[in-house]
Design a protein around this ligand. Sequence first.
Ligand code: GLN
Length: 494
Amino acid sequence: KDGSLDKIINKWASSSKTSSQVTSLTSTTSAGQKATPVKSKYVIASDSSFAPFVFQNSSNQYIGIDMDLIKAIAEDQGFEIEITNPGFDAAINAVQSGQADGMIAGMSVTDARKATFDFSESYYTANTILGVKESSNIASYEDLKGKTVGVKNGTASQTFLTENQSKYGYKIKTFADGSSMYDSLNTGAIDAVMDDEPVLKYSISQGQKLKTPIAGTPIGETAFAVKKGANPELIQMFNNGLANLKANGEFQKILDKYLASESSSASTSTVDETTIWGLLQNNYKQLLSGLGITLALALISFAIAIVIGIIFGMFSVSPYRSLRVISEIFVDVIRGIPLMILAAFIFWGIPNFIESITGQQSPINDFVAGTIALSLNAAAYIAEIVRGGIQAVPVGQMEASRSLGISYGKTMRKIILPQATKLMLPNFVNQFVIALKDTTIVSAIGLVELFQTGKIIIARNYQSFKMYAILAIFYLVIITLLTRLAKRLEKRIR
Ligand code: GLN
């Protein structure tokens, strides 16, 4: 009566017009058109292992339908692209936070996603389907009661599983990437996986001992996406390019290349990757470059952390209360936040915040974000090491020196610090080892350091036992060498 109902309906019904505008994007574009790129280069984010759409071949290049398609379209339309493969969920985050301009990752057009993404015309259509081991006796959704189903975070399959969970009573385990999910299925840690039908079928065609006992459920068309309202020309160029590739038969060729027969030449490896030696031989370049990033991260962030840590450590023993409080706040805040959240906050959170204020996309480089997070984290601990070292020097020495008329600064420099440094050194070495190991945590933001490199390799060949053993040995050797070096340095300083 008082018009509230009408207001509510108007409020929401008028906004539903925007979503129907998005749907009109799926009208067919005709071939022969061109749009003009606005940026000199577009960053395209994708999945890390989602064969046959995107995966690594044995020489560690990303290939697949999506990779070939976006490259062919960029060439057809004359724009530059840079492809990154952080994984599906990370790619979604990258587009939303402006780290990437678009994403292509076998991505389904769902109603929920239309609220935050603009989609191109579709180039494929997929079901989500349940996959189990060949030996499993799961034959229906009802059989899943009490069982654990794995799914990749952020996917349409995850939505499907969540919606039907109370009906069938299974547990859901969420994975960051396809490789760890399939690994877990193979090792029996989970009973089933939910993934896109072409992906499961493809892995079965490649010799994976899996089966799909239940028919799939449609999850939508597969399309290219940009952040809602951003880079409209990119969608236009994608649609134009797709239309051209369809017209000249190029698109069909790409599909045939990956889907035609079981013996996809793309994924047959030249070197036997089932032995440790074969794995090393085939991947040493990639592993070394991952190691390089890990070392650079550890060394640079530790150097920065020492500077920040010493400053705050000195603050914490300063005679001025305000400095002590500042130091205490810094240590408490940084030490109280898990490193992974700190890294995610810097990499995704802050750019998202800046964009919401300035309206400008301001992405931050993943290496820089990782370095900042590691530096702050280690700095907080180093500040405490410095405080502990200084306070371990008996307070009588400061008093004696001051009563002889020597200034605070001079007493610190000449009497307290030389003794405190000796006490701190072993802790510094310890902290450095921790910093090096902590670099694995920042792989969460998609940074391809040593650990992430290993995961990507496993995504391709499923050799998790041997590959993780190789990684463990890599870290062990590096850390042992560096601690030896540090010990020698320590002795010399003493
Ligand atoms: N098609 C599914 C989705 O869009 C999965 C995509 C993927 O895992 N790369 O959610």
